[in-house]
Design a protein around this ligand. Sequence first.
Ligand code: HEM
Length: 381
Amino acid sequence: MEPRLPEHCAHIVRIQRERGRAALAPERLDELAGYHDRPPAPADGEADGEAELLGLLTRPFSRTTDIPRYYRYTDLHVFDWFLDQRPDDQLTGAAEALAVSLTALLAVERAAPAGAIDPATSAERQQRLRAPLDRVAELTFDPAGAVPLGEALRARENDPRARWNRFVLAECTGFPQSDKHDEHLFLRSVHACEMVFFLVRALVLRAAETCAGDRREARTRLRQAVLTAELLNGVFSALWTMSPERFMEFRAETGDASAVQSMNYHAMEIVLYGLDPEKEKVLAEYGHLAELRGILAEEWQAQGARVRAAGDGEMDRHLDALLRVLRRWRGRHYGFAVRYLTPELTGSGGTEGANYLKRFVEKRGLPAPERSRGVRTFLTC
Ligand code: HEM
């Protein structure tokens, strides 16, 4: 039987999808905020987990929780929840979440109403989306690098709990602000990239943890990080099918929900490059990033440095390749800002826009002290 949301939750999904979140009337917003901030007592016979679902669906509307705009927009708390369901294997969890997001996006593209997108662009977009989706199924995330993700997921295909989790992830995320078709592509691209940022950081941290003992695993983990990072360029290739005119149709509605607020992205960068003094100002501007900076400087910068200091030729080669792939993505991202934003238009995060990104295309590595602790998701706050 196909999974289904309880009717009340399905209703909350429907009203958000109708014309986009920005079109929700003030009384609707009050109602949605109320579910989160003053959760109703469970009704008689209410299904297990309904309160949890309501919480996931309404958190972005909370008036009592301090949530940065980027996190309200992207619903990354649902991805955090999804990864929590697999505490023993968050790497497979994150790769699976990426596949779920791209699959949900492909479904939206296939069902696009007439006139929402021209057929040639739609065909091109779907083809470009298939590439990272097929690719992630071939990648491995196990310590030996022996089991492709597609195989690992097929083994759990009929596990009802795993199916339910995938369903909840797809249903409780992907709520555009506007009613513009292309915003689905933009929002799901953010989701996919966030999963890659998380995977790259987690894989490099695994390499740091194992490089003193099991050098073979450390090498495998870095190779996996390179191949995973390549997915970023696949996702951006699909995003490129959105024209600047289409982007402008919904940009104002996404407001100041800039990924410059992404903890997960800055966390990945700090592990790989250390804390960049030029970013201090940006990190200090947002409370949640300032907090992250302290934790990371202590914990993870050290791990990245440990990988760099291992003195292993193969690890060095993988690390160099990883930095090249990420540099290519940053260059491309800068290209996006140039293509989509006019020179006088600043970034939605309040930076100078394309010029901000240009400053960080090149990176310098920083040395760091030795210390070690576990992985945290930093997917939401
Ligand atoms: C049309 C597409 C896009 C454009 C025009 C664009 C533009 C920008 C601009 C101008 C900034 C500078 C910060 C600001 O003021 O907002 C930025 C930052 C950022 N964007 Fe994008 N972006 C796009 C898509 C994406 C996507 C899909 C992701 C995936 C998560 C992403 C991730 C980031 C990150 C992580 C930062 C912070 C970079 C840093 O601090 O070094 N962007 N973007």
